[in-house]
Write a protein that binds this ligand. Structure first.
Ligand code: AMP
Ligand code: ZN
Ligand code: FE
Ligand code: FE
Length: 280
């Protein structure tokens, strides 16, 4: 049975707890799931305990925010790596920058949504949780400004919109090197999604592969069929694995757990290419 290698919980911008994500993965018939919250491994202990209870594999992971020429690219890091010295410091820096940026976006939005306050949004981000635009979206839904998260993202929170503020994050190449040095496996998340596709040319992917990159996330709902073909071929040429996932966010997005998956042998290959396999 396959694995779903990219999911989010309430440790970042998902709506279900780490244990609920794992239980739902077992109910969906998956033999394993990776919890990959944005810039934090804080949910992994709870997820691992739930996985032991229901008898499926938990692949520890994190979705690292990185930047390439001012564009945001997400990097999945697999393995028990978030507490390693170099990575922990970088992730903490990103989370801190995300907190400041959350306030800045809310302040900008104040001009058009007077009912929205910083306190409303901050109350949705308990200590240790990585803040993101979905938390602002949920506050907008709560005050009746928009009907659901998607509507908030369509205009008020859009990356190319007037209220968007970016945050600081490590460079992609640096992040690949850090994950690899920590004994983890680095996989570029949804490389065909808009922001990433703008900057990820084949030359850069080759450079990442030389720095230790293990795979590309090919099967993802942001990718149409031609994009998947192109990415799978690129992965093949560079000796990279092709993974698949749902990028599940609970009820915050339409993505269904297990809608795209990664076969067992690819998961085994991914873990074998790193020290991570021994700890699973
Ligand atoms: P941020 O990391 O704060 O820039 O916010 C981006 C996050 O919001 C990503 O994890 C996306 O999965 C999520 N997101 C992006 N678009 C949408 C959408 N239309 N509806 C719900 N969540 C979204
Ligand atoms: Zn997310
Ligand atoms: Fe992502
Ligand atoms: Fe994600």
């Amino acid at each position: 049975m396959p694995y779903d290698l990219h999911t989010h919980s309430t440790a970042s911008d998902g709506t279900t707890t780490p244990a609920q994500v794992v239980r739902a993965a077992a109910e969906a018939g998956l033999s394993g799931v990776a919890l990959t919250d944005h810039d934090t491994g804080v949910g992994l202990g709870e997820a691992a305990a739930a996985a032991r209870e229901v008898g499926i594999d938990l692949v520890p992971g994190v979705e690292i925010s990185t930047s390439v020429r001012g564009r945001s690219v997400h990097l999945l890091g697999y393995g028990d790596i978030t507490a390693t010295t170099a990575l922990a410091g970088v992730l903490a820096g990103t989370v801190e920058s995300r907190h400041g940026r959350l306030r800045q976006i809310v302040e900008r939005l104040g001009a058009v949504v007077p009912g929205l306050t910083v306190a409303d949004v901050v109350a949705r981000v308990p200590d240790g949780v990585t803040p993101g635009r979905p938390h602002i979206a949920d506050a907008l839904v709560a005050i009746g400004a928009v009907p659901h998260r998607d509507a908030a993202f369509a205009e008020l929170l859009a990356e190319d919109g007037p209220y968007y503020v970016s945050y600081s994050a490590p460079g992609l190449l640096e992040a690949v090197r850090m994950v690899t040095a920590a004994g983890g496996a680095a996989v570029v998340a949804h490389p065909g999604s808009r922001s990433a596709a703008d900057v990820l040319d084949d030359g850069l992917v080759a450079e990442l592969a030389a720095a230790g990159l293990v795979g590309l996330e090919v099967d993802h709902r942001d990718h149409d069929a031609p994009t998947r073909l192109r990415l799978r071929a690129l992965a093949g040429r560079l000796g990279l694995l092709s993974t698949g996932s749902s990028d599940f966010h609970g009820t915050g997005k339409q993505n269904r757990l297990g809608e795209n998956t990664t076969p067992d042998d690819v998961v085994a290959g991914l873990l074998a290419r790193t020290g991570a396999g021994r700890r699973l």
